[in-house]
Design a protein around this ligand. Structure first.
Ligand SMILES: [Zn+2]
Length: 331
């Protein structure tokens, strides 16, 4: 009898879900943007979560932009978030979310917008220099000066993919070399962009440049460079896993993907796969909330509700991995 009870007890332990214990400690968001309120079009703009089926189908006889505006002003979905109407409201609502969830965010921005955001909550933001070729091309002296003047801790988001520039494009060499020399981590966009990006002002955006394998020459040429793959090169999961395996210094952030796809897909085919492959110590939380501050809380909840993550793995994803990557103190 005693034996049976013990076996039953063991059975119960082994089949009790490990997750559902929420992480409630401090969080580092590796993926915030200091945008103006109209960065994605005239506000207020709706965003449906998940975005992958916000516009379920499209007939190209219409202009894509028109269809996007229709859906963004008159959304037809269950889970909708709205963007604040003014720059001030966007900053204020973002800071509210950061305080509510105890988040410090790496804030990607231009030198003209960063100071205003930082002033609103100096302890909640880590300044990061937004950088996209060809528009942001600058001398190394200018970049060094900007880094010093604005206390820049990360160079990113590097948005070259939106402009048809591959991760290993030689035009990036002087900037990679500078980041390595100054020991400043870099964060590069690799992965899906806005649906229909090539018809939304980014005619040169190319999906093929999402492939994390395209970072291989960069990592070999600059062996001390600390690189975060923003959006983890989604959906090139096998290529990403090969890169994480072969380049132990490589980190990723989850920015935007948790609310980009339905939870089942994000959990079962992406996050679970990266964790199962053994890389839970190199996944960093990111919201990519852009103009929709509510996406910060939504992204946190999606990670917290992942049924296969242990509390320790959540603590790593929400805080420790980013702290280690940024060389801050871990918990
Ligand atoms: Zn991005």
């Amino acid at each position: 009898m005693r034996m049976l009870i013990n076996i039953g007890f063991l059975f119960l332990i082994s089949f009790t879900p490990i997750a559902q214990e929420k992480y409630t400690g401090p969080i580092i968001d590796m993926h915030l943007h200091a945008y103006p309120a109209d960065a994605n079009g005239p506000p207020p703009l709706a965003l449906c979560v998940p975005v992958s089926n916000m516009i379920p189908h499209y007939d190209p006889k219409k202009e894509w932009m028109e269809v996007v505006i229709e859906h963004s002003t008159n959304p037809d979905c269950k889970n909708v978030v709205w963007s604040p109407k003014t720059d001030e409201e966007l900053i204020q609502k973002t800071v509210e979310q950061l305080k509510k969830y105890n988040v410090t965010g790496v804030l990607s921005g231009t030198p003209d917008l960063l100071p205003k955001w930082l002033a609103a909550a100096p302890d909640r933001f880590i300044p990061s220099l937004k950088f996209s070729l060809p528009a942001d091309s600058m001398s190394i002296e200018t970049m060094t000066k900007l880094i010093k003047e604005h206390n820049i801790q990360v160079i990113g988001e590097i948005g070259n993919q939106y402009h048809g520039i591959a991760p290993d494009d030689p035009r990036m060499d002087p900037y990679w070399a500078l980041a390595e020399k100054l020991d400043i981590p870099v964060a590069i966009h690799l992965g899906s962009g806005l649906p229909g990006a090539t018809r939304m002002g980014y005619p040169n955006f190319r999906v093929k440049f999402s492939d994390p394998l395209l970072l291989e020459e960069v990592l070999n040429k600059y062996p001390r460079l600390r690189v975060s793959v923003m959006h983890y090169g989604e959906p090139f999961l096998d290529e990403l896993i090969a890169m994480l395996f072969n380049y132990p210094q490589l980190y990723i952030d989850l920015g935007g993907i948790p609310w980009g796809y339905p939870n089942d897909f994000f959990y079962d085919y992406q996050l679970k796969k990266i964790v199962a492959a053994g890389f839970s110590k190199r996944i960093m939380f990111g919201s990519d909330a852009m103009n929709w501050p509510d996406l910060i809380g939504i992204s946190i909840d999606i990670i917290n509700e992942a049924p296969f993550l242990t509390l320790e793995q959540k603590e790593d994803i929400f805080y420790n991995n980013a702290a280690r990557f940024l060389r801050l103190d871990e918990r």
